[in-house]
Write a protein that binds this ligand. Structure first.
Ligand code: ADP
Length: 471
């Protein structure tokens, strides 16, 4: 089977969150399972771009509204990721340092999608599946089916995966000229609540819709940032497939970012060595249980309650726990988390920014990982934490609900709570501080978690079955 993945992110080329991890791993494991999977994404100015060799695959031009642009599609020469990787270069539009966050993101990603569909249209053969990820690739199913230029692609089956349903790529009707000419009878497919909604268009036009966990799929029927009724209407083609993790990258035995490696057998000593390194680097008391948070500092992750919850937990436990934050996002949240460091020297610190290497050291060295998320489609952090023997402390939502078993349940290894509130989080931190005193129980939980198989090998067949059902 030949599958083309279209995405704005792909690890290690460019990653802002879980989307990057998934698109960097799923195609690799699809290829290992005997299929041909390819990824096409924008060409940003990244280290990966400069450190690898490329060959030109396709050169053409297109229109974005009144703007005429030239683009080039290059392919990574050595196939170093285990699949064919294609980058779309559009001068002045895509070749920037950041992935998102520009005023012209709508134009950038619409031009990207036009270039990709033009490229697909130039192929001499047809792929079996075009798999689009999130709203930056969500106009593709509509374009392939209803734009005049691409009618011959209309019989290729498309799958749309929602990694995050909060962001839908809304456009005003005044921007409709950015989309190549389409059959006017089909205009309703682009529309939702009076605007052009690319995610809604993909839900209507793709043959199958998936999200990254079963529980998140169920949540979307009643809470989908305005799209609830649409999900209900399209229920028949929706399903949840839990993400896997790339066990080659996320392996405490071989992790290239770690100095001290460990296995299930050596987890206690191994984690201690990584904790020492982390605590020395960030001036934290190593004798205390270390609670960490890694992620985007935004409302979805309930990052706004962290500062209050940490202050309160320090007060209630008489300073018996240490905390470390790695993240970036809303300025006010960043500020409050930075301020806290002045008040709780030796038991609290924060690194504001994105740091892949540090994130690996944290998963390896921490005792507990906090995830009070309001919304968590799948969540990869808790799965990485588990692989590194770090106890996840999570709110019962989305993928967190599907992957973490509370330590109060048989064979449980995590801590779960119901509300994204300071009280629930402080109470759960208290449970963590108590269980930390019981060394035997901690070791048992660590070993149970590390034995869990959340690998892509176990998941990839579910996508293949889904594709087979629509080819
Ligand atoms: P989301 O995609 O919603 O941000 P996920 O849990 O699916 O959340 O994936 C988050 C990924 O991004 C994980 O690999 C996590 O380690 C990584 N990550 C998030 N923030 C940072 C950061 N500041 N530095 C390093 N890695 C980060």
């Amino acid at each position: 089977m030949e599958i083309v993945h279209i995405s704005a992110e792909c690890y290690p080329v460019a990653k802002a969150g879980g989307l990057g991890d998934v698109v960097g791993a799923l195609p690799k494991y699809q290829c290992l399972a005997g299929h041909t999977a390819k990824v096409v994404m924008p060409m940003y100015r990244t280290k990966f771009l400069y450190n690898h060799e490329w060959v030109v695959d396709f050169k053409a031009n297109a229109n974005l509204g009144d703007w005429f642009f030239e683009y080039t599609i290059i392919r990574e020469k050595k196939n170093s990721l285990g699949f064919d990787l294609y980058l779309v270069d559009i001068n002045g539009l895509l070749d920037r340092e950041k992935i998102y966050g520009y005023d012209d993101d709508t134009e950038r990603f619409t031009a990207f999608q036009i270039a990709v569909v033009n490229w697909l249209a130039s192929w001499e053969h047809r792929p079996d599946i075009v798999h689009c990820h999130d709203h930056q690739a969500a106009l593709v199913p509509f374009m392939m089916k209803h734009c005049f230029n691409y009618r011959h692609l209309s019989r290729i089956s498309t799958v749309f995966t929602i990694h995050n349903g909060q962001y839908q790529g809304w456009m005003n009707w005044s921007q409709s000229n950015l989309i190549p000419a389409w059959d006017e009878w089909k205009t309703g497919l682009l529309e939702w609540n009076g605007r052009i909604n690319p995610m809604a268009a993909a839900i209507k036009c793709a043959e199958k819709i998936t999200t990254v966990s079963q529980s998140y799929m169920e949540e979307l029927f009643w809470d989908a940032n305005g799209l609830e009724a649409l999900f209900e209407y399209e229920r028949g083609k929706c399903s949840g497939i839990l993400n896997g993790i790339d066990n080659e990258i996320w392996n405490p035995e071989t992790d290239t970012y770690l100095q001290s490696h460990f296995t299930i057998k050596t987890v206690t000593e191994g984690k201690q060595k990584n904790k020492e390194l982390l605590c020395t680097q960030f001036n934290l008391d190593i004798s205390k249980p270390l609670f960490v948070f890694i992620g985007r500092l935004v409302g979805e992750k309930a990052a706004d309650i962290l500062a209050d919850a940490i202050s309160s937990a320090i007060y209630h436990t008489n300073g018996e726990a240490a905390f470390f934050i790695l993240g970036s996002g809303q300025t006010d949240v960043e500020w409050s988390l930075q301020q806290l460091a002045h008040h709780h020297k030796g038991i609290y610190n924060a690194y504001i920014g994105y740091n892949e290497a540090l994130s690996h050291l944290i998963y390896a060295g921490a005792d507990f990982l906090l995830m009070p998320s309001r919304v968590e489609p799948c969540g990869l952090n808790q799965m990485y934490a588990m692989r590194y023997g770090t106890v996840p402390v999570v709110r019962s939502t989305g993928g967190l609900k599907d992957t973490v078993v509370d330590m109060g349940d048989p064979d449980g290894y995590g801590i779960r709570f119901n509300h994204a509130s300071v009280d629930d989080l402080v109470y759960s931190i208290g449970r963590g501080v108590s269980v930390y005193q019981d060394k035997a129980q901690m070791e048992k939980m660590r070993k149970t978690m590390m034995r869990i198989d959340n690998s892509w090998e176990a998941t990839v067949q579910k996508y293949i079955n889904l594709y087979q059902s629509i080819i």
